[in-house]
Design a binder for this molecule. Structure first.
Ligand code: SF4
Ligand code: MG
Length: 326
């Protein structure tokens, strides 16, 4: 079966302007040739340090940001071809949950009004039905209808994220793009929100893209995980292979920093040096070569191909012959 979402060669270059005339001096290559698919009903985790392009990727999928290049196919349609009006309609099926629910909830509106808005925008139901649906979804996310008349500031961080999730669900979307939905929450609350999202996925047959900066957070919720570095996909695999047998040195390093739950299981420690280079001036060849403990000569000159090394396990690294030029 066709994947629900297919992303091909997605790029976002932001111009860097300078001088009084504002000439374009260079580009920040925030996302640089990223491809992946998402199957119906699954969760794809996308992980990477800040500035790796994961949020930019998420926003381009909804065309909240226009891609510089590349194609996005959703449910058989090419989103990059749709007019703005057609895209607005399409957003009924793709919704986003944000890191900071407080910033995305209008402080002067009641929860009822906030949750009603997507129904008004997409002209779903009559006023009575809309109200009923708001109350129903408050219950679904673990709040109550008596919360409907309250304002965002009257809720805790975890409750606000439940409201953010309810708002994303109002239009019965197929795909939810959650951009660090639990990063701003206390660890104890994180688990509750993650459990809620998993329950909702089963109940409502949702497909998720779950963006995080930490491999630990997405481990249990993701069927597959992609690791991004400096605007590119370094590795993508099903969760089990990725966590137990990471192939890319960057993934190995990220996992070295995650505590291992099983004490009998030891992982080779890979330590990376230095900071992430600027995406305006990414290193030649493999973008990770300035920090990689396994760097070879070819790594400085040649971009490794993102290639399938084992079934369902793709990686961009010259340590694997599939990534090397023929
Ligand atoms: Fe390291 Fe080379 Fe692999 Fe890049 S291609 S991750 S520098 S070994
Ligand atoms: Mg981000």
């Amino acid at each position: 079966t066709e994947p629900l979402l297919k992303v091909e060669g997605l790029k976002k270059y932001f111009p860097i302007k300078s001088g009084v005339l504002g000439q374009v001096k260079n580009h920040v290559k925030a996302v640089d040739d990223v491809s992946f698919v998402v199957h119906e009903g699954e969760t794809l985790g996308i992980v990477g340090e800040s500035g790796c392009g994961k949020s930019t990727t998420g926003r381009m999928l909804m065309r909240l940001l226009e891609p510089t290049d590349g194609k996005v196919f959703f449910d058989g349609k090419e989103l990059t071809d749709l007019s703005n009006q057609e895209m607005r309609k399409m957003r009924r099926d793709i919704q986003m949950v944000f890191q900071d629910p407080y910033a995305s909830l209008n402080p002067r509106h009641t929860i009822e009004k906030i949750l009603m808005e997507p129904l008004n925008v997409h002209e779903i139901g009559d006023p009575k039905e809309r109200k009923k649906k708001v109350h129903e979804f408050l219950e679904i996310v673990g709040l109550s209808s008596y919360h409907a008349k309250r304002y965002p500031h009257q809720f805790s961080g975890g409750q606000r994220q439940r409201i953010g999730i309810a708002r994303a669900l109002m239009t019965n979307p197929k795909l939810i793009i959650a951009d660090e939905p639990v990063s701003a929450l206390d660890v104890s609350i994180q688990a509750q929100v993650l459990n809620l999202m998993q329950d909702l996925q089963k109940e409502l047959k949702l497909t998720y893209i779950f963006i995080a900066h930490d491999l630990g957070v997405v481990r249990h919720i993701s069927d597959r995980v992609g690791v991004m570095y400096l605007g590119q996909m370094a590795e993508l695999a099903d969760s089990e292979s990725l966590y137990e047998k990471p192939l890319h040195p960057y993934t190995q390093a990220l996992l070295s920093a995650v505590p291992v739950p099983d004490p009998d299981f030891t992982r080779e420690q890979v330590v990376i040096k230095g900071d992430v280079p600027s995406p305006a001036n990414p290193p030649s060849g493999c973008r990770f070569h300035t920090r990689c403990p396994f760097k070879m000569d070819i790594c400085e000159t040649t971009v490794p191909k993102f290639a399938e090394v084992e079934k369902g396990h793709s990686v961009a690294c010259h340590l694997y012959k599939e990534s090397r030029p023929q």
